[in-house]
Design a protein around this ligand. Structure first.
Ligand code: UD1
Ligand code: CA
Length: 454
């Protein structure tokens, strides 16, 4: 069934008290509207329309990459008016699915259940039950418990306010019917708005079936303020943790992991507490991630151990490596298998060959390091002259003594040894020892200065 999805996103979101339009507020690494669009894109034969208004240009610009049709609602005259702006772009043979830009956690399967009911000619409505339904439209059912209408909180009587079944805002209907009903909406209510919810009573009056579909409350959370944003974040966290554990990942504490993007894991991956994953992260079989790590857009090979407090960003780490504690891998750090990168070691735009080790207090930038290299503590590649960047090339099986500086561009041949404390400014031939330090002297009889008495 061809489906036209209309996402309402024109509201201002006053209660966020923010310069950012509400639908651009971040949730789990994407903005609210992207969550809705991404889930909706999972429906077959669907065309997406986004009704935008408040902060309009900003919304369009920041989400320009989305494959949607943008429809402007210049004045926000209510949800019914918003849908009316989109309907001219919709074919009469379609089913229309209305989604809200500020209800971000609805699953594609739930959306599909709504469109399936509407494909059978019904008006399908997603409802839920809330302990605290204040603010929501209430579902009013008749004597035979069929849905008869929705009453908005501001228009409800005390008895209606006591109802705990609420409108989530999501609905689906055949386009031809919806068009007819929306044309007839009037704004004679407490908010002087065209309520989309008034179409329910119209459907009932015409004998069109109204099908209520129940959703769990945490799937239909609406985000109107910062507190609700945090509740949605927690729900999303719980959802991604459950997915990971179901796939065989051990989480030391499912409440203390944040996945702000796509995390793909092999078998028997273990993730300790307080880790944040951003962008596209892939962890192969048996990877262990220690506490307090932040990993972004990185792949990690099988059996590698990331020790506590490490930051990995744009890195490609091989199998059976040991990274951290307190390591920092920056973009284009490419580590072969069995590499060790220890505490306070930073690696940027560098290749490190198999089995090489840099275990302490080191900066490796714009470098190419062979296999079996030992980089001593305190080694620094001086890659920057204040204007340009240069490369350091170190061959296989080089031994770099502690506290060495490589002033790039410089190349060290395979098997060479660098004496501790050297500043290497010229290329070093293979298998030779190079060192650059003054000879140690002893100054006989030298005394430390003493504090002057005043
Ligand atoms: C709406 C429903 C209410 C439901 C609740 C669920 C109506 C009349 N009421 O109320 O029954 O319980 O959602 O969250 O539909 N929008 C526009 N243009 C407008 C007005 C709104 O695009 O002119 C968009 C908003 O950006 C938002 C959505 O529609 O994404 C809902 O609008 P909002 O004002 O938040 O409606 P509620 O009062 O929450
Ligand atoms: Ca709302």
């Amino acid at each position: 069934m061809p489906t036209s999805i209309v996402i309402l996103a024109a509201g201002q979101g006053k209660r966020m008290h923010s310069d950012l339009p509400k639908v651009l507020q971040p949730l789990g690494g994407r903005c609210l509207l992207e969550h809705v669009v991404d889930a909706a894109a999972g429906l077959p034969e669907a065309r997406l329309h986004v009704v935008y208004g408040h902060g309009g240009e900003r919304v369009r610009q920041s989400l320009d990459h989305l494959d949607v049709e943008w429809i402007e609602q210049a004045e926000q005259l209510g949800t019914g008016h918003a849908v009316a702006q989109a309907l001219p772009a919709v074919s009469d043979d379609d089913v229309v699915l209305v989604l809200y830009g500020d209800v971000p956690l609805v699953r594609a399967e739930t959306m599909a259940a709504l469109t399936a009911a509407a494909a059978d000619g019904a008006l399908a409505l997603l409802t839920t039950r809330l302990d605290e339904p204040a603010g929501y439209g209430r579902i009013v059912r008749g004597a035979d418990s069929d849905i008869v209408r929705i009453v908005e909180d501001k228009d409800a009587t005390a008895a209606e306010r006591a109802l705990d079944e609420v409108n989530t805002g999501l609905m689906a209907a055949p386009a031809s019917l919806l068009r007819k009903w929306v044309d007839r909406l009037e704004a004679d209510n407490a908010q002087r708005e065209y309520y989309l919810t008034d179409v329910i009573a119209m459907a009932v009056a015409e004998g069109v079936a109204v099908t209520g579909i129940a959703a769990p409350p945490d799937e239909v959370l609406g985000v109107n303020d910062r507190f609700q944003l945090s509740v949605a974040e927690a729900a999303l966290r719980e959802r991604s943790a459950a997915t990971l554990m179901a796939a065989g990942v051990t989480l030391r504490d499912p409440q203390r992991i944040d996945v702000r993007g796509e995390l793909t894991c092999g078998r028997d991956v273990m993730i300790d507490v307080n880790c944040v994953f951003e962008g596209d992260v892939r962890l192969a079989d048996g990877v262990h991630i220690g506490p307090n790590c932040i990993v972004r857009d990185t792949t990690v090979g099988a059996g590698t151990e990331i020790l506590p407090n490490s930051l990995l960003d744009g890195a490609d780490v091989g199998a059976h490596c040991r990274i951290g504690p307190f390591a920092r891998l920056r973009p284009e750090a490419r580590l072969a298998d069995e590499v060790h990168v220890g505490n306070f070691v930073e690696v940027k735009k560098s290749d490190i060959g198999r089995g090489s080790k840099a275990n302490h207090l080191t900066y490796i930038g714009d470098s190419s390091i062979g296999s079996g290299v030992n980089v001593g503590a305190g080694t620094i590649t001086c890659n920057y002259d204040g204007v340009n960047k240069y490369r350091t090339v170190i061959g296989d099986n080089v031994f770099v003594g502690s506290d060495t500086q490589f002033v790039a561009p410089v190349t060290v041949g395979a098997g060479a040894t660098i004496g501790a404390g050297s500043t290497i400014t010229k290329d070093v031939p293979a298998n030779e020892l190079a060192l650059s330090r003054s000879r140690q002297i002893v100054v006989p009889g030298w005394k430390r200065p003493e504090k002057k008495k005043s």
